[in-house]
Design a protein around this ligand. Structure first.
Ligand code: HAM
Length: 416
């Protein structure tokens, strides 16, 4: 039997219903904040990710689906969408007028990762990116957007974990202090961390190894080494979040797995996903436009894992809101013709209805209705056609009644 590729799932049924509900909520909330959708290709040139996500990151180092196409180009199935959206904004000169630009996206991403709960090789992200504004207020706006999105989905007790990773100019001061700290206890760190301390010391803070995390006890904190402007920026964001009642904690080890962040970096963890798994993450990336060959433009954004969000919502709220269609069952050829006509009228007025087209026994059709979770069954036979009254069976109670044929649309609509 043919199987889907490991780590790549088919989506259907109850899980897909959560995806759809989340996507509808996202479009509504994003639209309210003035964000417009953008869709970029799944394949990007390798260079786009090397220059942005960074060569020292696990994503670029170990996890990319990368190949040479028939034209000899080195291409990658995107592991994330921020770099592609920035590439598109540069390519199409979307920022020429220097106005702020607000984008959101919903799409598949690909990372060759070890499988775990909520971790897949093809997964979905919903993201929001705000280009052209460097202020803490723009970050607060983006976080408010995220907060209303999660609140409208019914997630209430999430805590934002925030940090500032400074700027490329201010970071060497932290690197020096951190390398000195590392040198004093170098034997307690893993081999990967020995490589990281050379290529990108911040990555050591992000190491998943428990021994390394223990060895980090008392490490120098990056927010103690910020330049004045970054420190002010960080303090202002924290005061805005307090004013807005957005709960947050400061996490000096939060550096994120991608290299493009400057100043603010943040995540939201969910205990439903296990200790190490973030529900979402994001931050500021003021150098990214330049790194990808564009003008100097500040940016801030975040992305949430749709697969993980759907999983958490299923745990917290049960099945996604869903009203199954009504089922119309005709009995006999004359009724089959009339049922097609009636169904057409009902569909045209917006009624959600499934039509039984197999013919044959009522028992078989009723058994299907049961399996499909259908609540309302309409039965149309010769007797109903002659009397102008359709038989209606409410599956939950077994109750049966007759409705005038002309009132079916209205009565089904009342059902909700
Ligand atoms: P990220 O932290 O790499 O950031 O990914 C964001 C979210 O995508 C994660 O928090 C997680 O929910 C989901 N995710 C990541 N990998 C997987 C996986 N293998 N399976 C399931 N879900 C996964 C970014 O991608 C940045 N582009 C976020 C950003 C936007 N920063 C600024 N703007």
């Amino acid at each position: 039997m043919a199987q889907s590729v490991k780590g790549m799932r088919d989506l259907f049924g109850a899980e897909l219903r959560w995806f759809q509900h989340i996507e509808e909520t996202a479009r509504r909330v994003f639209g309210r904040h003035g964000y417009g959708e953008i869709r970029t290709p799944i394949l990007e040139e390798l260079d786009v990710f090397k220059r942005s996500v960074g060569e020292s990151s696990d994503i670029v180092n170990k996890e990319m689906y990368q190949f040479t196409d028939k034209g000899g180009r080195d291409v990658v199935m995107r592991p994330e969408n921020t770099a592609g959206v920035v590439r598109a904004a540069i390519q199409h000169k979307l920022l020429n007028a220097n106005d702020p630009v607000l984008f959101y996206y919903i799409g598949q991403q690909f990372r060759y990762e070890r499988m775990q709960a909520g971790r897949y090789r093809q997964f979905w992200q919903i993201g929001a990116e705000s280009f052209g504004v460097a202020s803490p207020e723009s970050e607060a706006e983006s976080l408010l957007l995220l907060h209303s999105f999660l609140t409208e989905l019914g997630l209430k007790s999430l805590v934002f974990s925030i940090n500032s990773v400074g700027t490329p100019e201010s970071r060497p001061a932290f690197h020096a202090a951190f390398r000195a700290f590392f040198a004093q206890r170098a034997d307690r760190f893993c081999e990967d961390c020995h490589r990281r301390i050379e290529s990108n010391p911040l990555r050591v803070l992000d190491c998943k190894n428990e021994q390394c995390q223990a060895a980090l006890e008392g490490h120098p904190v990056i927010t103690d080494h910020l330049d004045e402007a970054s420190a002010k920026h960080h303090a202002r964001l924290k005061s805005l979040l307090t004013e807005l009642d957005i709960p947050f904690v400061e996490n000096p080890r939060l550096v994120r797995g991608l290299d493009y962040y400057t100043r603010t970096a943040f995540e939201v963890l969910s205990s439903d996903l296990g200790a190490q798994s973030a529900l979402l993450g994001g931050g500021r990336y003021d150098g990214l436009f330049k790194q990808l060959g564009g003008p100097e433009v500040p940016g801030f954004g975040w992305a949430i894992g749709l697969d993980r969000l759907a999983m958490v919502l299923q745990q917290v709220r049960g099945d996604a809101p869903f009203t199954p269609p009504a089922l119309l069952i005709p009995l006999g050829e004359r009724a089959a013709t009339e049922a097609l006509k009636l169904a057409r009228t009902l569909w045209d007025t917006g009624v959600t209805l499934q039509l039984e087209t197999r013919g044959g026994a009522l028992k078989k059709a009723m058994a299907s209705a049961n399996r499909l979770g259908i609540q309302t069954v309409l039965i149309l036979g010769d007797g109903e056609l002659d009397s102008g009254m359709i038989t209606v069976k409410h599956m939950a109670t077994g109750e049966q009644e007759s409705w005038p044929l002309g009132e079916v649309a209205e009565r089904l609509a009342d059902r909700g």
